[in-house]
Design a protein around this ligand. Structure first.
Ligand code: UD2
Length: 297
């Protein structure tokens, strides 16, 4: 797999639209200053990418946490994943929950499976959100190492509406948050206290990335999860909790370790936001939720 990683072997006899280096999307930026692609609708050809990845017989893992009242979001998440998330590929979904008996039955296609992992209940939502990094790290170490090539870690209070597939694969993959991408970096909600290991100084930061979706090659995500977990725990020892918990740590990590692929906000929109014109298609989005009602406190 390592050897094949950087070889894009196309299937013979695959007809697809001629690419151009002068005509393409001109309303958005499609490459970062460190030359990572920024994936927007219209920048890739799905059949070509699928044709390249199909013969590799890769397996993609996804983690999703459904703790406490968030279990109610799981059914829609799983049903829509079945329709849009790596259709035709091997997909293993790991559901972390404190209520295994409440997990809905969703019929899955051949090559796709669900596995349940138990997590303790918690009285603080911040704890649930933040401990995900530790559990992802341990899952990779104990279960995934020889079975899976790529992994995505996703929020459960969301649904798929359009294709999310091989175009999203890369070493370290981050999604640009839909709420801040037109703003100046001074307005990004990074952690601003220098005592925190999630600190991002004024004048620093590329984009504001989502905590609700990230991924990449197994070993890259392992490194990310391990680092964010350690930094989160170091902060906790000093009595600090970053303002957006693990999302703040993820943003710090991605500032230092530039993602090799950046997904546009098409890959995590928010249902309460009207669609902006540059968003060709909403692929995945967070549902509207009543925080007061669903969080443990
Ligand atoms: C943002 C991020 C989220 C996380 C959080 C940090 C996006 C779209 N969302 O969303 O990923 O970084 O800020 O605080 O980027 N969960 C449970 N049970 C609970 C609470 C949380 O299972 O009682 C899980 C669940 O999978 C949920 C995730 O943790 O999707 C994130 O929690 P959230 O959705 O309440 O966080 P939110 O919407 O403030």
């Amino acid at each position: 797999i390592r050897y094949h990683e950087f070889r894009l072997v196309a299937p013979e006899n695959l007809a697809y639209k001629q690419p151009s280096i002068v005509h393409g999307r001109s309303d958005v930026v499609t490459v970062t200053p460190w030359l990572a692609p920024i994936v927007w609708e219209g920048t890739f050809q799905p059949a070509l990418l699928d044709g390249i990845f199909k013969p590799r017989n890769i397996t993609i893992a996804a983690t999703v946490f459904a703790v406490g009242k968030y279990i109610r979001f799981l059914k829609d998440f799983l049903e829509t994943a079945e329709q849009h998330f790596f259709v035709g590929f091997n997909v293993h979904i790991y559901v972390f929950t404190d209520q295994q008996d409440q997990v809905p039955y969703v019929k899955m296609a051949a090559g796709r499976k669900l596995e349940l992992c138990s997590v303790p209940s918690s009285n603080r939502w911040q704890e649930i959100s933040a401990r995900r990094m530790e559990l992802i790290q341990v899952l990779i170490e104990e279960k995934l190492q020889n079975n899976v090539e790529y992994i995505f870690c996703l929020d459960v209070d969301s649904k798929f509406h359009g294709r999310w597939g091989t175009e999203s694969l890369g070493g370290l993959v981050a999604v640009v948050h839909p709420g801040y991408y037109r703003d100046d970096r001074s307005r990004f909600p990074y952690e601003r206290r220098p005592q925190s290991r999630a600190y991002v100084a004024p004048g620093e930061g590329d984009f504001y990335y989502c905590g609700g979706a990230f991924g990449g090659l197994l070993k890259e995500v392992h490194q990310l999860a391990k680092t964010c977990r350690t930094n989160f725990e170091e902060d906790a020892k000093k009595g600090i909790e970053a303002n957006w918990q693990e999302e703040s740590h993820l943003n710090r990590y991605m500032w230092i370790n530039k993602p090799s692929k950046v997904l546009s906000p098409e890959y995590l929109w928010q249902d309460f936001k009207p669609r902006n014109p540059e968003v060709g298609i909403i692929r995945f989005s967070g549902v509207i939720k009543n925080y007061a009602e669903i969080r443990p406190n």
